[in-house]
Design a protein around this ligand. Structure first.
Ligand code: PLP
Length: 453
C-alpha cells in the first residue's frame, strides 16, 4: 500500500532513469532531510547516502555555510546574466578561482547549469573551432562504450549505453564508440592490464585511420567511468590513448563531471590518471550538488578562435539563461573555499586506501566477481559464476535486488547495467561511516545470495 505522498507522486511525476512500469507498484523513496552523510525518509528512517545523491553531495547534507552563501546571494542579487557582456562578481571570482585550480592550461571558463550542457558545449565548440580553423570535415566525436556524458541529443549520442540509444534514434551520425576499458569484463584470458590498454589504444587508432584523421575531431572520456559501471581504467590506459590522440591531432576532452573536485584524491581525475586533456567539463561537486552548475575550461587556442569567429559573425552565439547563475556561482565559491580550508581533497587521499580495502574485500563474497575502484568511488559486479564470470539474466534484476536490500539495511547505493553496484559517498565520510557503509553492503549481498538460492 503506497502512502499518500507516494500515491500523489505516482499520479503526477515522471522520474528520470526509472522503470516507469514497475514504479507504479514500488512507488518512490521520498526523502525529507539530510545531515552529514545521512538522509532521512518521510517516515524518519535514516539512510547512509552511499552515492552522495547522484555522485555530487561531496560535503554531505545541511552544510550551513553553503546555505548562508546561497541565502546571502539570493538577498543581494538573485539573478542576473552574462549575455551581451553583462556580468556579476560571483561569476568573475569563480572563473578566476577555477582558472587557478585547473590542472591544464586554461584561458577562460564557460558556465552551464549541468553536466549535459557542459559536454554539449564541448561538442559544439569543437565543431565551431574546426570551422574557424578551416577544416570543416574534422567533426566526428569518439567516446567509449559504457561512457556517460549526459542526455541532450549530442551528449546522449556520446554516451555509450543502450538505454540512451534504443528507440531514441541515437547516436546521431558522426558519433563513434570504442571499447570499454574494463579489464575484468573485456580483457582476454591472461591479458595483462597494460596489454589490454594497448589493444584499446590500437583499436582507437584503427578507427581514426579507417574514418580518416581529417574527419575525427575529438575523443571524450571520464577518468573513472561513473554511470557505465563505476569502472577504473586499467594500468597505462590514458598514456596509450593520449599518444594516439596526439598523433592525429584529435582534441581530448576530459569529462570530470564526477571525478572533478576531489573524488579520486586529487583536485581533478585527470591528475590522478596522468591525462593531458585540451579541455575539461565539470559540474556536480563544484557546488557539492547544492545548486545546479557546470562548465568547461577553454584553452587559449580555442579562445582565440572564438574571438575571431565573433569578429566574423558578430557574436558568440551560445549560452543559456542560467549560464553563470549568481546564486550557483556564490555556492560554488563557498564550496571550493571549504574544500581548500578543510583539506577535503587531501582527506580523500588519506581515506581512500581504507575505503578501497573494504571495497576489495567484498570480492571474496560468493556472488561478487569484481570489486574495484579509485579514490572514494568504486564498483562491484555480481556474477552467477565467479570462475567463468558468467552473469545472471538481465531480467533477473539481481543488482537491483541487492540495492533494494541495501536500502532495507539503511544504505543508499546504485545499481547499474551489467549487474554492477556503485558506491560514491560524500567526500566528508568518516572512517566509522566507511565501516557502516561496507558492513551494510555486505549484509545486502548476503541477503541477495539467499534470495537467489
Ligand atoms: N558526465 C558525467 C560523467 C556524468 O556522470 C553525468 C551525470 O551523471 C553527466 C555528464 C551529465 O550531467 P547532468 O546529469 O548534470 O546533465
Amino acid at each position: 500500500m503506497l502512502s499518500n505522498l507516494a500515491t500523489r507522486d505516482v499520479e503526477t511525476l515522471i522520474h528520470p532513469y526509472t522503470n516507469l512500469s514497475t514504479f507504479r507498484e514500488t512507488g518512490p523513496l521520498v526523502l525529507e532531510r539530510g545531515h552529514g552523510v545521512w538522509v532521512y525518509d518521510s517516515d524518519g528512517r535514516p539512510y547512509l547516502e552511499g552515492m552522495a545523491g547522484l555522485w555530487c553531495t561531496a560535503l554531505g547534507y545541511s552544510n550551513e555555510e553553503l546555505v548562508e552563501a546561497a541565502s546571502e546571494q539570493m538577498s543581494r542579487l538573485p539573478f542576473t546574466h552574462l549575455f551581451s557582456g553583462r556580468s556579476h562578481d560571483p561569476a568573475i571570482e569563480l572563473a578566476e578561482t577555477l582558472k587557478e585550480l585547473m590542472p591544464i592550461p586554461t584561458s577562460k571558463i564557460f558556465f552551464t547549469s549541468s553536466g549535459s550542457e557542459a559536454n554539449d558545449t564541448q561538442v559544439k565548440l569543437t565543431w565551431y573551432l574546426n570551422n574557424a580553423l578551416g577544416r570543416p570535415a574534422k567533426k566526428k566525436i569518439i567516446s567509449r562504450i559504457k561512457g556517460y556524458h549526459g542526455v541532450t541529443v549530442a551528449t546522449a549520442s556520446m554516451t555509450g549505453l543502450t538505454a540512451n540509444h534504443a528507440d531514441w534514434d541515437l547516436p546521431l551520425p558522426g558519433f563513434l564508440h570504442v571499447g570499454c576499458p574494463h579489464h575484468y569484463r573485456f580483457a582476454e584470458a591472461g591479458e595483462t592490464e597494460e596489454a589490454f590498454s594497448q589493444r584499446l589504444a590500437d583499436e582507437l587508432e584503427a578507427l581514426i585511420l579507417r574514418e580518416g584523421p581529417d574527419t575525427v575531431a575529438a575523443f571524450v572520456a571520464e577518468p573513472v567511468m561513473g554511470a557505465g559501471g563505476a569502472i577504473a581504467p586499467p594500468a597505462g590506459y590514458f598514456a596509450k590513448i593520449q599518444a594516439v590522440l596526439d598523433r592525429y591531432d584529435v582534441r581530448f576532452i576530459a569529462d570530470e563531471v564526477i571525478c572533478g573536485f576531489g573524488r579520486l584524491g586529487t583536485w581533478f581525475g585527470s591528475e590522478a590518471l596522468g591525462m593531458r586533456p585540451d579541455s575539461l567539463s565539470f559540474a556536480k561537486a563544484v557546488t557539492s550538488g547544492y545548486m545546479p552548475l557546470g562548465g568547461i575550461s577553454i584553452d587559449e587556442p580555442l579562445y582565440k578562435a572564438l574571438v575571431t569567429q565573433s569578429a566574423k559573425l558578430g557574436t558568440f552565439g551560445h549560452g543559456t539563461t542560467y549560464s553563470g547563475h549568481p546564486v550557483a556561482c556564490a555556492v560554488a565559491l563557498k564550496t571550493i573555499e571549504i574544500y581548500k580550508r578543510d583539506r577535503i581533497v587531501e582527506g580523500v587521499a588519506e581515506k581512500a586506501p581504507y575505503f578501497q580495502a573494504r571495497l576489495s574485500a567484498l570480492a571474496d563474497h560468493p556472488i561478487v566477481g569484481e570489486a574495484r575502484g579509485l579514490g572514494l568511488i568504486g564498483g562491484l559486479e555480481i556474477v552467477a559464476d565467479k570462475s567463468s564470470k558468467r552473469q545472471y539474466e538481465p531480467k533477473a534484476g539481481v543488482a537491483a535486488r541487492c540495492v533494494a536490500f541495501a536500502q532495507a539495511e539503511g544504505l543508499i547505493v546504485r545499481f547499474l547495467a551489467g549487474d554492477r553496484v556503485a558506491v560514491c559517498p560524500p567526500l566528508v565520510i568518516s572512517h566509522d561511516e566507511i565501516d557502516t557503509l561496507f558492513d551494510r553492503l555486505g549484509r545486502a549481498l548476503d541477503r541477495t545470495e539467499a534470495w537467489i538460492a
